[in-house]
Ligand binder design. Structure first.
Ligand SMILES: Cc1cc2nc3c(=O)[nH]c(=O)nc-3n(C[C@H](O)[C@H](O)[C@H](O)COP(=O)(O)OP(=O)(O)OC[C@H]3O[C@@H](n4cnc5c(N)ncnc54)[C@H](O)[C@@H]3O)c2cc1C
Length: 383
């Protein structure tokens, strides 16, 4: 029982859990080696209605609310965090396209997105840094009936697997900071756009890489939001993804804790089950408590979003707390398995997978600055 999950959402979650256990979990370890997202699975997820169900029907969704997206996201992440990027990127980019794109341009993309036919990436980070996100340099110039893009984005999830990318570039002067940034939808096959792939510590099936733009042209109608307002308008979508990321990593911690409780109840040392030793059971109880509490915060954030209430501080809290907590909890679980936990396998892969989110989508320091800004105003922002 959970105050944010009514019977309908519980049924939806159960449905997603059965699918994830039967179809997603079996390839979890293998995809870490092959480093390829399974497009067949992605289409199946689309057919089941599991991708961005919160989008309105006219945008290919089911108008279900963000909590519905959250409970599905948890179940896919529980089976494979990398694969649940399909949900995360679709919800984040889907909302941006639906709210800020020209209908005739974005609707075909949105319908294909929710059907699981295409994957969209989002490109903000540049080689000079990601935390000071508004201070970006990728050059976007208006030339006739097109925007022409030059420069580099880096550390972009799904860089080499995406079919299109939401790209933030500078249309104004460098001094204009956040007020000179424009967002564009760029098809991945646009001439002049090349990509590479990094060798990542975790999240290997989704992967990360760089995007290189050399005179890449996109039509003016591919702009998302107003010119020079891309940063201010479009970045609001990140409040949604931060709560989703919280649920995503906590789902991985929860399955790790479940397996560890089971293991310590049957594995014996000194003539007793490991769970009889409080040095074993209390750390697990500590993490179980904190994971439950953090999950409630994430669900509450989505509930606030569904109600149209402010949730920027809550989203930032989810994003700094949950990835660190999930990492620490899984680390503890791994240790409880003794030497077996150190072998290549689910526990060490989970640890590698969740670690990425202590950096991706903004670090803990930046999230705490956002919390501070909502509490103390502009005085809490670095000059
Ligand atoms: C798994 C993963 C997935 C990612 N996916 C994407 C993606 O899809 N799209 C995308 O655009 N980017 C993505 N990124 C990039 C990510 O958003 C950036 O790495 C992140 O914003 C930090 O930027 P940086 O790495 O350049 O670190 P820097 O900005 O160079 O910061 C380095 C360190 O300094 C700290 N720091 C910086 N400024 C301050 C300050 N004012 N106060 C205190 N500490 C500070 C940071 O917290 C960090 O610890 C991803 C990264 C990872 C690891």
């Amino acid at each position: 029982m959970n105050p944010y999950i009514d019977d309908d959402l519980a049924t939806l979650a159960e449905h997603a859990r059965r699918f994830a256990a039967g179809r997603v979990a079996p390839g979890f370890l293998e995809r870490d080696d092959t480093r390829v997202l399974d497009r067949t699975l992605m289409r199946e997820m689309g057919e089941m209605g599991f991708i961005a169900p919160e989008l309105a029907e006219e945008h290919g969704g089911q108008g279900m609310g963000c909590l519905a997206a959250g409970v599905i996201h948890e179940e896919i992440a529980r089976a494979d965090l990398s694969l649940s990027y399909i949900n995360l990127l679709a919800s984040l980019n889907g909302q941006i396209l639906a709210e800020h794109g020209r209908p005739e341009v974005v609707r075909p993309w949105l319908h294909r997105l929710t059907r699981g036919e295409v994957l969209l990436a989002i490109a903000l980070t540049e080689p000079r840094g990601g935390s000071d996100a508004a201070n970006l340099r990728l050059r976007v110039e208006r030339v006739g009936d097109a925007y022409v893009i030059n420069g580099e984005k880096t550390s972009i999830s799904a860089a080499d697997q995406a079919d299109a990318v939401v790209v933030f570039g500078r249309t104004g002067s460098v001094e204009s900071a956040a007020h000179g940034v424009t967002a564009l939808l760029v098809p991945a096959d646009a001439p002049g756009l090349t990509r590479n792939r990094f060798d990542c510590h975790g999240q290997r099936a989704i992967g990360r890489g760089s995007l290189f733009f050399e005179n890449v042209r996109v039509p003016l109608d591919h702009r998302l939001g107003d010119e020079n307002k891309g940063f201010v308008q479009v970045m609001q979508g990140f409040d949604f993804s931060r709560a989703l990321i919280g649920l995503q990593v906590l789902a991985v911690a929860r399955v790790a804790l479940e397996e560890t409780w089971e293991y310590v109840a049957q594995r014996e040392a000194f003539g007793k089950p490991l769970s009889a030793f409080q040095g074993v059971s209390h750390p697990l109880a500590d993490f179980d408590t904190q994971v439950e509490a953090a999950r409630l915060l994430c669900l509450q954030t989505l509930w606030l979003k569904d109600k149209g209430a402010p949730h920027t501080a809550e989203a930032a809290m989810c994003k700094w707390w949950a990835p660190k907590l999930a990492y620490d909890a899984i680390h503890q679980c791994l240790l409880m398995f003794g030497h077996g936990g150190y072998d290549r396998g689910p526990m060490e892969q989970r640890l590698r997978d969740v670690l990425g989110f202590q950096i991706g989508d903004g670090t803990a320091q930046i999230m705490k600055t956002i919390v501070a800004r909502t509490r103390a105003g502009r005085s809490a922002v670095p000059a």
